[in-house]
Design a protein around this ligand. Structure first.
Ligand code: F6P
Length: 338
């Protein structure tokens, strides 16, 4: 057991619903163990620019249901350079910070690992990103809310698509991972799910042929809506370009819709509030147990920890069973003509 007196806390990278709930949990747990919490603002920039304030339990009251992050967030370019890392380490030393908890994604954890070349305090990561692409944890904070927000939006788009018997192409976030796309695609009964894991864009013409054929076939058999969900960064030029390409290729009319940042905001759903709370408390307890260089994770509904180096090694893959589930239900739906 160590005697930690001051812990630094920051949120880094894309904000995610539930980050505030995690901040609340870290502050309440730390206060319980008589540890002072210093919140650094704007991600790692707060360390470099000495932009921080003391967090107390009063400040986190009413925070559990708020989207965004009261600590603000940022992607910090200076943290890719030795100077930035040294400045950050100097702030931590000067402010007598014993440990640092970072809520963020894999980029943020790489920053945490790099910081250790210049600072010897304890470090703990809490996975917070809507992308759910961090290896070693079944869930990241924010993913469940983002999926639900996208489902809600597409259900509404479906009404218009049904009314006009129209084809929509809806672009979803996820950077280079199809976790959001596959989950939302299944949950919205999308007629096509196009993502990195099941769709190769190297032969664009062949792909356009396939998509156009499927749309044509579906509209022949049932006069209804047709929704394609597509992962961002998959089709060169995105959903709008795919709509243009389909029109040029086969006169197929599609309406493109990019859901974008609405997926990052909003009040966190139950799942995100609960894992954020559990992970925030666990992070503080791990510090007290003298653990460092770990990420708090959830596996099979139980909390665990994994080495930060393992968490950042590979991007988490979409499971084969999820990909198969989407493929199977689509085939069943086509077979039954609905
Ligand atoms: O990592 C979360 C995420 O929202 C990704 O889904 C998306 O690709 C990216 O962040 C957008 O980043 P930025 O906020 O820097 O535009």
């Amino acid at each position: 057991m160590t005697t930690i007196q001051r812990v630094g806390l920051l949120t880094s990278g894309g904000d995610a619903p539930g980050m505030n709930a995690a901040i609340r949990a870290v502050v309440l747990a730390s206060t319980h163990y008589k540890i002072e919490v210093i919140g650094f603002k704007h991600g790692y920039n707060g360390l470099i620019n000495q932009d921080f304030f003391k967090l107390n339990p009063q400040q986190v009251h009413g925070l559990i249901n708020q989207g965004g992050t009261i600590l603000k967030s940022a992607r910090c370019k200076d943290f890719h350079h030795k100077n930035g890392l040294k400045q950050a380490a100097n702030t931590l030393i000067k402010e007598n910070i014993d440990a640092l908890i970072v809520i963020g994604g894999d980029g943020s954890f790489n920053g945490l690992l790099a910081l250790q070349q210049h600072w010897s305090g304890q470090v703990i990561g809490i996975p917070g990103t809507i992308d759910n692409d961090i290896d070693g944890t079944d869930h990241t904070i924010g993913f469940a809310t983002a999926v639900n927000t996208a489902i809600d939006a597409i259900d509404k788009i479906r009404d218009t698509a049904d009314a006009f018997e129209r084809v929509f192409i809806v672009e979803l976030m996820g950077r280079h991972s199809g976790q959001i796309t596959f989950n939302v695609g299944i949950a919205c009964a999308a007629e096509q799910v196009l993502s990195f894991e099941n769709f190769n864009t190297t032969d664009k013409l062949a792909r356009l042929n396939e998509i156009a054929k499927d749309i044509e076939q579906a509209q022949k058999t049932r006069q209804s809506s047709y929704i394609i969900v597509i992962a961002e960064n998959l089709w060169p030029g995105g959903a709008h370009q795919l709509a243009i390409d389909l029109k040029q290729h086969s006169q197929t009319d599609c309406t493109a819709c990019i859901l974008g940042y609405i997926q990052r905001g909003g009040s966190p759903v139950a799942k995100d509030r609960i894992i954020a709370t559990k992970m925030g408390v666990a992070a503080v307890q791990m510090l007290i147990e003298n653990k460092s260089n770990i990420m708090i994770a959830e596996q099979n509904n139980a909390l665990t920890t994994i080495a930060l180096t393992t968490a950042v090694k590979h991007q988490k893959q979409v499971s084969n069973s999820l990909i198969a589930a989407q493929k199977n239900i689509l085939a069943m739906s086509a077979q039954s003509g609905v």
